[in-house]
Design a protein around this ligand. Structure first.
Ligand code: SF4
Length: 346
């Protein structure tokens, strides 16, 4: 076994984080945990993971659920395409693999929602296949360890990093090794300034000796997020509020109130509502600002509330949802401020 790998596993045996998805050889559980952990902090996932498994304890139970049920359990975790893909992937596994996730990374990667990283994680952790699982944490650790100072977003560099990561994976305990790298990247070799004094690999680390660990990996500057102004309109009629299921890629499948992109006054918004929704409404009450930050954009919202004039019927694509049923629908966190306006004024 490589001396770096041996030092890492020794450290893992002493310092591994205790996490509810560890200690099992269950590919479904590993898949769920890896899907939840993408772009999401471990602390956040800790509350969602047991709840999800309680509701969908097996792959067939997930495959047999409705999309709305799955999104409801995922509500608040964000990046909802992960939940939809997990659900679609579960159906695919039922059809193509009789309900059992395959162990080969190539086959895993053909399942909806499973990319190279998740395939490596599932194959190594659940099936002891000696393959790497390369995510942002691993790119950081490998770049520093081996002193890779070219742009890690470039294909050539990426392949080099994958090759080096692959070379470290032992035949014995590949899953523990991959989880050890993940733990090191999450707790010691962190973004920004790493805590090299606690690192079991400092003796072998190029960046530690060169003193430039904080500068690695080399990545292009992230573009600033685009700020998009929206008016969120709460149109209430006889104890119900107008909503629709989003069909756009962002927040697809989740219920939202009518949104109008742009900055408005109540006077400039009213005719737009009439034109777009074919509804006559009473005066718009400005119920305050709200803001939601996505990865690539920020919604700068202003919430307005109004009453639909007499027994209005919902326009095409929309429904009037009774206020006491809102809690049963999958709603994005972006709508939280608007929902609380309804609660306070109910
Ligand atoms: Fe990361 Fe420092 Fe360890 Fe190198 S010595 S792997 S930079 S924590």
């Amino acid at each position: 076994m490589d001396r770096i790998t041996a030092a890492l596993l020794d450290w893992y045996d002493r310092c591994a984080r205790v996490l509810p998805w560890r200690g099992f050889h269950d590919a479904y559980r590993t898949w769920v945990s890896e899907a939840m952990l993408q772009q999401t902090r471990v602390e956040t996932v800790l509350s969602y993971y047991p709840r999800f498994l309680e509701r969908f304890p097996t792959l067939p139970s997930l495959a047999g659920a409705s999309e709305a049920d799955v999104l409801k359990v995922w509500e608040g975790l964000g990046y909802y395409s992960r939940a939809r893909n997990l659900w679609k992937g579960a159906k695919q596994v039922m059809e193509e693999y009789n309900g059992v996730l395959p162990c080969e990374p190539e086959k895993l990667q053909r399942i909806c929602g499973i990319g190279p990283y998740s395939a490596g994680a599932i194959a190594s952790i659940a099936y002891d296949i000696p393959v790497p699982a390369v995510d942002g944490n691993v790119i950081r650790v490998i770049s520093r360890l081996f002193g890779i100072r070219t742009d890690a977003s470039e294909k050539e560099t990426r392949l080099r990093i994958e090759g080096l990561a692959s070379g470290l994976v032992p035949r014995d305990r590949p899953g523990d090794h991959n989880q050890a790298v993940m733990d090191l990247g999450a707790t010691v070799c962190v973004p920004g300034t790493p805590d090299c004094s606690r690192c079991p690999l400092s003796a072998y680390c190029d960046a530690f000796h060169a003193g430039d660990a904080a500068d690695l990996p080399v990545l292009p500057k992230a573009k600033p997020q685009k700020v998009i102004p929206y008016a969120v309109v709460l149109i209430v009629s006889s104890g119900s509020v107008l909503m629709r299921i989003r069909t756009e890629k962002l927040l697809q499948g989740l219920w939202c109130f009518p949104l109008f992109e742009g900055e408005y006054t109540p006077e400039s918004l009213q005719p737009l509502i009439r034109k777009a929704l074919h509804l006559r409404t009473g005066p718009l009450v400005d119920s305050g600002p709200a803001r939601h930050v996505f990865t690539h954009q920020i919604w700068q919202m202003r919430v307005y509330k109004t009453d639909a004039e007499i027994a209005a019927s919902a326009p095409e694509g929309y429904e009037f949802i009774p206020l006491d049923q809102l809690k049963d629908l999958p709603l994005p966190v972006a709508m939280d401020a608007a929902v609380s306006v309804l609660r306070h004024q109910a």
